[in-house]
Design a protein. Structure first.
Length: 334
């Protein structure tokens, strides 16, 4: 059995085994999104794929999804002699009966005991929580299932906002496409940022939604441009301080640089001016608030540094081609 204290990124002689656990009525994208990431993540040191992926179920055979596509699987017992690097419990409507299925819970419990890292995608957190693996851990799931996760498993520290959470060797992700974000972060941890960026570039997908909303992850976009991570700490600080007047001088002070030099270097690396970056972050945070809270547009504008509703409206129209009120009407999660 592989020790959980082993370095997660180390696998000198063979690809890291990623085991996906499925059961009837999973969400297909919960599986194939992260599976695509791991299946095509290059180990740049060896020139080979960094991972070997298998999909298992309790008894093996074909497992139905929430689409017309069924998934061929191995039985969990069929990989009993293999060390598991990363275990991923997939989500879907089947997670609700699944978390009360003794055979499924016992199977996931046994696999978790053998894994260096254990993950869930979306409502797969319900099944994982049933094993006790999430007790005492911070965890997230699809926003629609967070209350159920908290009610059914009070020992789990449920959070609603994050896209994904890492708590030691336990990773959980929010709904559906957030599993891709989590998988990319895992690849970055195991194989480095360059490998993760390589996969992210190849998987750019434009989702068609009304209102002209951009579906490309702003955070991933910043990371792709800032390959060396030169401004990574600054961006974290900026997101936490959007309520302040973030002038070029203020940002330059955070970097211990002169204002003119900072503005030049930042624009060269990021492809936009510091002022445009601040505006984009404010819009991004305001989008989330419009989606998930009942705060007024005036309150949201004040909270994220727009000062007035009109300035926030102009920023939304400039970047998203939609007003804040229309955005909330289309995307509020209530």
């Amino acid at each position: 059995m592989t020790s959980k204290t082993a370095k997660l990124g180390s696998c000198p002689t063979h690809a890291r085994l990623v085991v996906f656990v499925v059961y009837p009525n999973i969400v297909l994208l919960d599986l194939v999104g992260p599976l695509q990431v791991f299946s095509h993540a290059p180990d740049l040191e060896t020139g080979r794929n960094g991972y070997d992926c298998v999909v298992v179920s309790v008894d093996g055979g074909s497992v139905g999804t929430n689409t017309i596509v069924s998934i061929p699987t191995l039985s969990a017992a069929g990989i009993a002699d293999r060390d598991i690097h990363t275990l991923v419990v997939v989500g879907g409507d089947g997670a609700i009966p699944g978390m009360k299925d003794p055979k499924l819970v016992a199977t996931v419990t046994a696999l978790t005991a053998r894994a260096q890292r254990t993950c869930s995608v979306c409502s797969g957190a319900l099944v994982l929580a049933a094993t006790g693996a999430l007790d005492g851990c911070r965890a997230v799931t699809h926003w629609d299932d967070c209350r159920m996760l908290a009610d059914e498993f009070p020992r789990v520290q449920v959070e609603m906002d994050p896209i994904f959470i890492k708590d030691g060797p336990i990773w959980t992700s929010a709904g559906i496409t957030a599993g891709i974000d989590m998988a990319l972060a895992i690849v970055a941890e195991d194989l480095g940022r360059a490998s993760s960026f390589s996969v992210a570039r190849s998987m750019v997908v434009q989702m068609v939604r009304s209102g002209g909303q951009s579906q490309f992850s702003p955070a991933l976009g910043r990371q792709l441009r800032d390959r060396a991570g030169q401004f990574e700490a600054l961006h974290v600080w900026m997101v936490d301080n959007l309520h302040q007047p973030l002038s070029v001088e203020t940002l330059a002070d955070q970097m211990n640089m002169g204002a003119r030099n900072f503005a030049r270097v930042y624009a060269n690396v990021m492809g936009i001016t510091p002022a445009k970056a601040v505006e984009a972050m404010r819009v991004e945070k305001a989008q989330h608030a419009l989606e998930t809270t009942e705060k007024s547009i005036k309150q949201i504008a004040a909270n994220f540094g727009f000062k007035t509703e009109d300035r926030m409206r102009r920023a939304f129209l400039r970047l998203l081609n939609v007003s804040p009120s229309d955005y909330r009407q289309n995307f509020h999660l209530a």
